[in-house]
Design a protein around this ligand. Structure first.
Ligand code: ME8
Length: 630
């Protein structure tokens, strides 16, 4: 059994959990559930970062001890994470005894390596970021990157020889292309390190809320050395050697882009110093803004994670947060968008599929799931089985690349395929004509729904099991040996409505005022836009069409099982040789039609040029085939 160790940052206890904290932890939860479903031995770690100046000052402001503040807020995080039903294996707190022991051992090993020396630190510090900054990173008393205030610090301090690890870090970044993701972040970090590293101050003497510096209790250890070490403590540290050997190095360390430097520079350097292998992957995700404005308490758009869970059902929120943006990109949280995705994707696609399929089984088969009669020779049936198998492969591969939004897109397009199969087979008609066939068709529909549920479980962990229960299915690691025909005959139990349609108007009060148009435009609704499916397609073949000098016949890969044939009127601007291997924008859900007697299953998007020609848009290598344009 392979192991899978996933971590989130540990969150500061100076305040209550918000949307951003829940986002990281939800993504980690999605990866954890997915890997458990694959039969992996998963360890999922989250928790709270309780020491340091920032927490000490927040406690002082409230007139309570830092420990009391940590106790209060760690509890709030736990309550909220439980409200979201997150399946972490340990909630670590840095004030716990086993953690303090691991940290002390880490520093002792750094000392033994000769990587620590005493000197004086004179420079800028931001308590809000818990970070030291160079003059060049500051403007008008604030950190350029984060906007946080800085203060001048001048005191005796222990230093870690970070500069010693410059080359080892640069080599590590080059070792493979998965250890720091996304790629743009790896480049950013590599260029920071190649600019030269200074040794890092790792102790302070002017406050005391932290772990004593080993061997010199006058000094408090820098909070980031303490905090990063949690990832070791969480899986046994230096005491539970078996557990540690099983899970370390971590498979995926998730964090926001704000704290990449700590995780991709300091953290591996600390590990190099104590001869521990660095994590397999550090993944920096983007930031959410709210209705296009940075979330902040002073602007009144701060989203408290606990309150948010009362506004929407858990799976709807989870679906939105995973589906709306690729992991790594920034996103805009808008309640109206949550409603739109709920209505048009969850309710209309998946919810409707389950409802009608269970209803047909009740009506045509008295609620009895038929027996699986082996592979069917009907082309529609085998096409559906093909879609199921392709969805399985695509989803697992997307999850391995941490393309969670793509995985979910594959789940939903598989659900659309099942809806399409229902349209094509028309069980309500068959029921009158051929009872045997209707049983085969409904078996295929219900079995495909079982596959959708297993594949969607990590994204919809509160809904998928309800549907599966209705099908009488309960398996431990369903993705491990998923095979077609596994659904056993039993009586179904129709689930309640899975996704209620929501009224976007009820959420409008919380969004910005609509902007008055300057000139009259025939606006379309957002749903109208969503109805047009535009994707990135790769042109595999191109040839002229005899007798039609404007047309080219193309074979285009849209990431589907079968390539599409597209006839495009671009031959005056492009020869076949210009196009092969190019990635272009394709409208993929236009009704297929014949152009010059040749079937065209899509339309390329092009702009008129000033010379009267046409110009296609070409996408670079890092845009995957099949990506939806939005
Ligand atoms: O940095 N959008 O803790 P922290 C998305 N204790 N994610 C966001 C976000 C937003 N608007 N705001 C915050 C710390 N996050 C340290 C970490 S780890 C050894 C120590 C998420 O409470 C994101 O994951 O400031 C970010 O990295 C984390 O919250 C910062 O949480």
């Amino acid at each position: 059994m392979s192991s899978f160790y996933v971590t989130t940052p540990i969150y500061y206890v100076n305040g209550a959990p918000h949307l951003g904290h829940v986002y990281t932890t939800l993504i980690a939860d999605t990866l954890a559930i997915h890997h458990r479903d694959r039969g992996d031995d998963v360890f999922f770690l989250t928790g709270t970062d309780e020491h340091g100046l920032k927490v000490q000052r927040a406690a002082e402001d409230l007139g309570i001890s830092p420990q009391a503040l940590a106790d209060q807020n760690a509890e709030k995080f736990k309550v909220v994470f439980d409200k979201y039903k997150l399946t972490y294996d340990r909630f670590i707190r840095t004030t716990e005894a086993d953690h303090k022991a691991t940290v002390t051992e880490v520093v002792n090993r750094m000392k033994a390596k000769g990587d620590i020396y005493l000197d004086t630190y004179a420079g800028w510090y931001s308590a809000s970021d818990e970070a030291f900054y160079d003059e060049s990173e500051i403007e008008d008393g604030k950190v350029i990157a984060s906007g946080s205030a800085v203060e001048w610090v001048e005191e005796s301090s222990y230093f870690f020889k970070l500069s010693k690890y410059e080359n080892q870090l640069l080599d590590w970044y080059k070792e493979n292309d998965t250890n720091i993701k996304p790629d743009s972040r790896r480049n950013e970090v590599a260029s920071f390190v190649s600019g030269g590293l200074r040794d890092l101050s790792i102790s302070r003497t002017t406050f005391d809320w932290g772990i004593d510096f080993p061997g010199d209790p006058e000094h408090v250890l820098y909070v980031w050395v303490d905090a990063l070490t949690n990832y070791l403590t969480g899986v046994g540290g230096f005491t539970d050697k078996d557990k540690f050997a099983k899970y370390w190095p971590a498979d995926c360390q998730l964090l926001g882009k704000d704290i990449l430097r700590f995780h991709a520079v300091y953290w591996p350097a600390f590990l190099f110093s104590i001869d521990i292998t660095p994590p397999k992957q550090v993944f920096a995700h983007g930031w959410w803004v709210v209705d296009n404005v940075k979330m902040s308490k002073s602007l009144g758009n701060f989203i408290d994670a606990g309150d948010l869970a009362d506004e929407f059902s858990l799976d709807v929120l989870r679906y939105f947060l995973t589906r709306e943006i690729p992991l790594g990109s920034d996103g805009n949280f808008s309640r109206v968008r949550v409603v739109e995705r709920n209505n048009s994707e969850l309710a209309d696609n998946l919810g409707n599929l389950v409802n009608r399929s269970f209803a047909m089984t009740e009506k045509f088969l008295e609620g009895q799931i038929p027996k699986f009669n082996g592979p069917s020779s009907d082309p529609l049936d085998s096409e559906l089985v093909g879609h199921a198998k392709l969805a399985y492969e695509n989803i697992l591969a997307a999850m391995d690349r941490r393309e969670t939004h793509r995985a979910l897109e594959f789940v939903m397009s598989f659900s659309s395929e099942i809806n399409l199969y229902i349209q094509k087979t028309q069980p309500w008609k068959l029921n009158k004509e051929d009872k045997e066939r209707v049983a085969v068709v409904l078996y295929h529909i219900l079995e495909a729904i079982r596959w959708v549920c297993h594949l969607a479980n990590a994204f919809l962990p509160n809904t998928a099991p309800v549907i599966l229960e209705g099908l009488g299915v309960d398996v431990e690691s369903p993705l491990k040996d998923l095979s077609w025909g596994g659904l056993a005959p039993s009586k179904i139990n129709s689930p309640p409505v899975l996704f209620e349609k929501l009224d976007p108007k009820a959420f409008e009060a919380k969004i910005e005022e609509p902007v008055e148009p300057e000139e009259k435009v025939d606006y379309i609704e957002f749903d109208d836009f969503l109805a047009v499916n535009m994707r990135v397609g790769k042109i595999l073949e191109a040839e002229a069409v005899e007798g039609a000098d404007k047309l080219l016949k193309l074979e285009v890969d849209l990431g589907e099982r079968k390539n599409r044939q597209v006839v495009a009127g671009i031959a005056k601007s492009y020869g076949p040789g210009d196009l092969i291997g190019k990635k272009v924008a394709v409208v993929s859900n236009l009704k297929p039609r014949k152009i010059f007697k040749i079937l065209s299953e899509g339309m390329l998007l092009a702009a008129d040029t000033e010379e009267g020609g046409l110009q296609l848009t070409f996408y670079p290598e890092n845009v995957s085939v099949g990506t939806r344009l939005s």
